[in-house]
Design a protein around this ligand. Sequence first.
Ligand code: LR7
Ligand code: MN
Length: 530
Amino acid sequence: MRRIRANAIAILTVAWILGTFYYLWQDNKPRTTASASASQPRATGGKSHGGKAGGGRLELHREDRTIPLILLGTFDERAYLASKQLKAGEDPYRDHAFNLQESDRLGSERAIRDTRHYRCASITFDPDLPSTSIIITFHNEARSTLLRTIKSVLIRSPPYLIQEIILVDDFSSDPEDCQLLSQIPKVRCLRNERREGLIRSRVRGASAASASILTFLDSHCEVNTDWLQPMIQRVKEDHTRVVSPIIDVISLDNFAYLAASADLRGGFDWSLHFKWEQIPIEQKMARNDPTQPIRTPVIAGGIFVMDKSWFNHLGQYDIHMDIWGGENFELSFRVWMCGGSLEILPCSRVGHVFRKRHPYDFPEGNALTYIKNTRRAAEVWMDEYKQYYYAARPSAQGKAFGSIADRVALRRKLNCNSFRWYLENVYPELSVTVSLAVSSSFTQKWTLMEPQIRQQDLCVAISAFSSGSKVRLELCNPKESRQKWKPRGPALQHMISGLCLDSQPPAGPLVIAQCRPQMASQSWEPQLVT
Ligand code: LR7
Ligand code: MN
């Protein structure tokens, strides 16, 4: 009996040891990640890498050897962090919308998992890459996250690539948050005399930059192994590229560093709401090299690398945008439409603390500010397609957005492509749903996927080229010119005949007629795409 029990214990012990080894090996294996579409990129491999779980310990050991000792100059890190720590009984989420206690506990540097595809490690870069100015704007950032952002840059970048780190303190309550950090070598601190918002703050930082390449970061990031070289390499090869990393997730609760999916790009809906979305299937199939750049219609906005002269040539940012929001669309449309490109580089990874609310106030209110900024982007860049923005965001109509004359002039001067060109060449997946009201009691929803008006496999086609002829449904055929339409104001115009879709008489069949977009029978109501 005792013998059996001893054997059982021995077997269990061996199984436990094997299990532990398997777990550690799994955790350390390079990983490719899968699928998600949400406002934050879904993280995969959900184990904690915050140094809490057993799996993190092995890494710490491995990476410790490669962390060089950095000189912090006269900067007293302990005093800097200690004077601002959470007091007993305070809500750790109150001031920053993330768990401050956990961030403070982590300290200013830690090992994080190298989340790149394993093939990234063998890529080589030009030995003479140009250096960059890192620009970090912040408003009342927590000291521990801000310092970790800076130290991760100093630790995980080749020193010769970092010309300087420019902090733009956007009028935080305590000027010392920024000032004290400028004791760290390479770190400069610029403080706004009043709250400007991140857009004007970045323009200020960029103007002060002395390197030929600009790198923007949020103030609560941790850059990962060799994050910078792939981005600088791409920009060096072609200065019109604007590149960003895959943005990994730092948990706002426990600060675990989690790998984001490598199959996502930036997208949006007509209300100009940013979202991560799957790379279109054809592109995914064509990707046989997981280290290749991913073309993206828009960037998330906070973390990217751009040539400084290209940034200036393209008009920096729209400095009449306030506080937060919308500038990423304005920049993305502008870059694509005016001769550049946007890409996400899978071999560059940067962690970011994604939050569920803004921890700071908007002097004009959050909603009005977002509307003002996105309205400016829509009015300047979206041509006739801005009607879909207003349809998706009816509350934007009539709200103040200031003068856009200088940005319209900029667009003309740069001789940029139309928004239609952008939709056709960069973001054909963005569709419009149009309600075709064929009688007052009967509304049908169709999708305008230019140039077709579709409902699943059926397309709206003209039956003849003369005014008054009926339209009908046919199986969609991309080569069929009778199925090709384009928006003209609220109307839909057949491309070849130049006639517009018309519901006159209201209960009768749909026909094509002379375009009079202001007539009710020719106005089609675009709706928010879900
Ligand atoms: O008034 C302000 N002044 C500032 O300097 C308000 C904010 N800021 C700073 C702030 O301290 C932070 O460093 O600006 C930065 C961005 O603000 P967050 O972190 O509150 O914004 P976010 O991470 O939700 O915002 C994303 O979208 C913004 C739209 O304006 C910006 O482009 C952010 O840079 C952008 N962040 C990212 O792209 C990181 C990935 C997140 C996603 C998706
Ligand atoms: Mn952020």
